[in-house]
Design a protein around this ligand. Sequence first.
Ligand SMILES: *Cc1c(COP(=O)(O)O)cnc(C)c1O
Length: 499
Amino acid sequence: MSVSAASVVVSARGAARGAVRDAGLLAGGSGGPAALRPLVGTVLDALAVGAGERCGPLPRGGPEVVAGRVRAAVGEVLPEYGVGSGAALGVLVRALAEGAADPADPLCAAHLHCPPLAVAAAADLAASALNPSLDSWDQAPAASELEALVCGELAGLVFGGRVPARGGGRPDALVTTGGTESNQLGVLMARERFGRGVRVVCGENAHHSVHRSAWLLGLGEPVTVAAPRGVLDPAAVEEALAGVGGRALVVATAGTTDAGVVDPLPEVAEVVARCGARLHVDAAYGGPLLFSEGLRGRLAGLERADSVSVDLHKLGWQPVAAGLFVVPDAAELGVLDHRADYLNADDDAAAGLPDLLGRSLRTTRRPDVLKVAVTLRALGRRGLAELVEHACAAAGVLAGLVREERGLELRGWPELSTVLFRPVGASDEVVAEVRRRLLEEGRAVLGRASLDGRLWWKVTVLHPRVERGELAELVKLVRDAAADVAAGAGVACGAEVGA
Ligand SMILES: *Cc1c(COP(=O)(O)O)cnc(C)c1O
């Protein structure tokens, strides 16, 4: 090795030692805020630069181009010597921001993928810095009490109107990672109630996680009943229940993922009660309508459920993850009790240390409740209601704009905030191709839904401040792309094909 090469190695090591020292500072403790402050500045700068480079709802060029840029930016994933906090944060945050699908752009509206509120993201920083873990009180003394308060309050929003409270109990909720985990808990509670022979009965409109939960818990394949108009037919549910006996869990949906429609909850609850079955309502999407006095009526009957899933990382504007599993009586959660001497010894519990292990199937668990608590307090019920109402009203505006377009067909008036439409007379291939083209060009993120034997574009409006002009731009973009694709494919748009 030449002298100069050797000295380069030595100085790289010297720099690396400094870099490692700076990267080894802690987020918590009395020095935490001072260590974090400059890094937060770096993160914010990198977010701004990355978003500016992307300049749209998602990066241009499709998967290969984006992946290539990420690989180039990352370079070495695990270098021998670290580059230091500022350099690592700057490069990787910028790369992630540049290559993001950003739901804060109103033209990014495919999925139940919300733009998080700044206040919630800021609270999440504190959750990360303090890092309480909600599997035992001695890791989360304040966070566990905050969680108990928030869960009680939100469970009251779901079941508070229920008269009389069943068994005189008080409603409660568990914090989950989202609808998937909440639905799994709903199926698990039914299995504990009825035994392994329990059958799940759901509509073909139910979320796929219902089927996965039954599979995971070793239950029989769910009985799937037709949902001819996109929602459960109570008579069909009754027939299915007669076929499987009373030991069944009916899963209804308040806000389907594809069409954003609500099952007829009062009628389904009536049938379930008559048959002695259990009812789980998957309100992962629609649940937050409860914040709105004007909209909560659309969820009438929800309070008759035995358990409910609600997500706050959809309508609720929380960074992922923020899910709730809600029950009318906290005592029912006792089936999740679990002992581990190092976390909830009997004598610790007898001495008054709260037992947290039964509040989740997970062990180590983030304080997702902090951002939720901060959001509830910052906006209040009315503030959240306004955001929910804006998203739902905007979906109505979009539906109106689509209906005014001669070349576009609206599938139905939105019940929540989902708008489905397609070009009149075009093939499914054109619908699919338009979506992919807009993704590739980085101009819009539309979803897709196969319903009534046809493929539709799906726009899920979750942006809490989207304006009419932006929705009009979206319609124009899609209409023009459809005309383009149809012309390119030699398919007439706006006229019947195959005639
Ligand atoms: C989003 C959604 C789920 C899944 O929830 P995750 O939070 O993604 O786990 C379940 N059911 C419905 C109706 C949903 O919209």
